[in-house]
Design a protein around this ligand. Structure first.
Ligand SMILES: Cc1cc2nc3c(=O)[nH]c(=O)nc-3n(C[C@H](O)[C@H](O)[C@H](O)COP(=O)(O)OP(=O)(O)OC[C@H]3O[C@@H](n4cnc5c(N)ncnc54)[C@H](O)[C@@H]3O)c2cc1C
Length: 463
């Protein structure tokens, strides 16, 4: 099917890839601006990725995870926002907000539609001639295997990064043996309320690899299991590439998102109470099996840990750029995020969470009319918040509607994490960070544990 010759490009819809919180917000803003959206969602339902972490409670309140344009669109249906001071779970967010929003958008949202490619109609990445006058062509594979092409005046990629978690390997590559040990490795926070999942971790030694909010959540879940009647003998092993320092547990009470700060404190309590041992300066190089089939983590420096039963890898996410290969994007070499945005979110430089307001300008590319927004716009960087995505799509859609003034007026003040200075290169002594100016009091001395982690722990105060 060729681009309908009769249809002017500006009359074509704006394709939004992904019916997650940010994709659906983009659609709401497009409708508000009188522009036709076409939302393509790979999953069977709106919020497909969020539903996979239904059991996890957000650290943002309802007041911080509902988009204003979406709320306006929902109001005539009688939808009212839940108590803004309460904290939804992923499941609440999907069922009580994302699904009603997708329902009010109706046929503008297509589920079971995986985008497999985006390009300029009749122009591959090389071809310049008359390029910008061509509509976009978007290739879709439907759940039943049927393929389709649709045409678009612009493309907003809000497909997130949930489907592409980072591996356990300390060098960013899967560790040797990681793939073949997949029966005992998960890349998600386990739902310990699910009896089958609970049985998998109860009474077992489980390594948690990673140092962000999800790793904190997993450690606190394992500690709760260890304290439960059916969890005796449950033990966590917290694998960190860095030493333990003031910022390891996040901002704690200094975090302007108290529930986010509380996650770090819960992880610290898990270590302090002996439900988890911290193994520091450990970059996983290989995953081996002992005679009983248990796993042995081997560091790149050769250190070997005692056998463990399960591994939970929560080392972050990275963007899937494969289906954008025909487009001219400008992405940062570190983060795979738009080059203008990257310096604002680079974890080597920032952990404050003070990401400055940004909009269509920071999110645009040499290929006019394409924007990566939401979790995907952050590439490999952590600390993305939904409210950032809502401001991104408000600005992008204002730009697409030609309202430059409103598109440029980006206003957003993000709650700080309470931890300042960069995550830094993993061996950076704390002094550099404190010199970098922080909101934190000097942290206790860095503790580096050398030998095999038959568990020595040390918890420091953090903020
Ligand atoms: C466990 C967890 C807790 C979080 N807690 C908070 C919090 O408390 N506060 C906060 O502000 N943020 C939080 N976040 C961060 C962020 O707000 C969420 O990840 C949010 O879901 C991001 O929205 P998104 O729309 O960008 O991406 P997603 O929610 O990931 O949505 C992307 C959608 O695109 C679809 N998709 C992917 N590829 C394709 C394709 N090729 N074709 C079609 N569709 C595709 C996916 O199925 C998915 O439904 C949390 C994240 C996680 C993982």
């Amino acid at each position: 099917m060729t681009a309908p010759a009769t249809t002017k490009t500006e009359d074509l819809p704006v394709v939004v890839i992904g019916a997650g919180p940010i994709g659906l917000a983009a659609a709401a803003h497009l409708v508000e601006q009188g522009i036709e959206p076409l939302v393509l969602e790979a999953g069977p339902q709106a919020g497909a990725a969020v539903r996979e972490w239904s059991h996890v409670r957000l650290f943002s309140t309802w007041g911080e995870v509902v988009d204003p344009a979406a709320e306006k669109l929902l109001a005539p249906t009688g939808w009212t926002r839940p108590d803004p001071a309460t904290y939804p779970s992923g499941g609440d967010w999907a069922n009580d907000y994302l699904q009603p929003l997708a329902d009010v958008l109706g046929a503008k949202v297509r589920t079971g539609a995986t985008v497999t490619g985006v390009s300029r109609s009749g122009r591959d990445r090389i071809v310049d001639s008359d390029r910008e006058a061509q509509p976009f062509v978007v290739h879709i594979t439907h759940a039943d295997g049927r393929e389709e092409r649709v045409f678009a005046r612009a493309v907003i990629d809000a497909s997130g990064t949930w489907a592409t978690p980072s591996p356990a390997g300390g060098s960013g590559l899967p560790a040797l043996g990681e793939r073949t040990a997949s029966d005992r490795i998960t890349y998600r926070v386990p739902d310990l309320k699910d009896p089958a999942v609970r049985a998998r971790y109860a009474g077992k030694r489980t390594a948690v690899i990673g140092s962000g909010a999800s790793a904190f959540t997993a450690l606190s879940y394992l500690a709760d299991l260890a304290k439960a009647d059916d969890g005796a003998g449950t033990k966590g092993l917290w694998i960190l590439r860095r030493g333990i320092s003031g910022s390891t547990f996040g901002g704690g009470e200094a975090d302007q998102l108290p529930a986010r700060g509380a996650l770090g404190l819960a992880a610290k309590a898990a270590v302090d109470e002996g439900h988890a041992d911290a193994v520091t300066g450990f970059r996983t190089g290989a995953v081996e099996r002992d005679a009983d089939g248990r796993l042995i983590l081997v560091a790149e420096d050769g250190r070997r840990l005692d056998p463990i039963d399960e591994v939970i890898v929560l080392t972050g996410f990275r963007p899937d750029l494969t289906f954008l290969s025909e487009l001219r994007l400008n992405l940062d070499e570190r983060l795979e995020a738009p080059v203008e945005l990257a310096p604002l979110i680079d974890p080597n430089q920032h952990s404050c969470g003070t990401v400055y307001p940004h909009g269509h300008r920071e999110l645009s590319h040499p290929e006019q009319g394409v924007y990566l927004v939401g979790m995907k716009s952050y590439g490999r960087a952590p600390t993305f918040l939904a409210m950032t995505g809502y401001e991104q799509v408000r600005s992008v859609v204002a730009a697409l509607s030609g309202d430059e003034e409103s598109a440029d007026r980006v206003e957003l003040t993000l709650p700080e994490t309470g931890v300042c200075g960069g995550a830094g290169l993993f061996d950076t002594p704390d002094t550099d960070q404190e010199a970098a100016g922080g909101c934190c009091t000097p942290a206790p001395a860095l503790i580096q544990l050398g030998g095999p982690a038959t568990a020595q722990t040390s918890a420091s105060g953090g903020c």
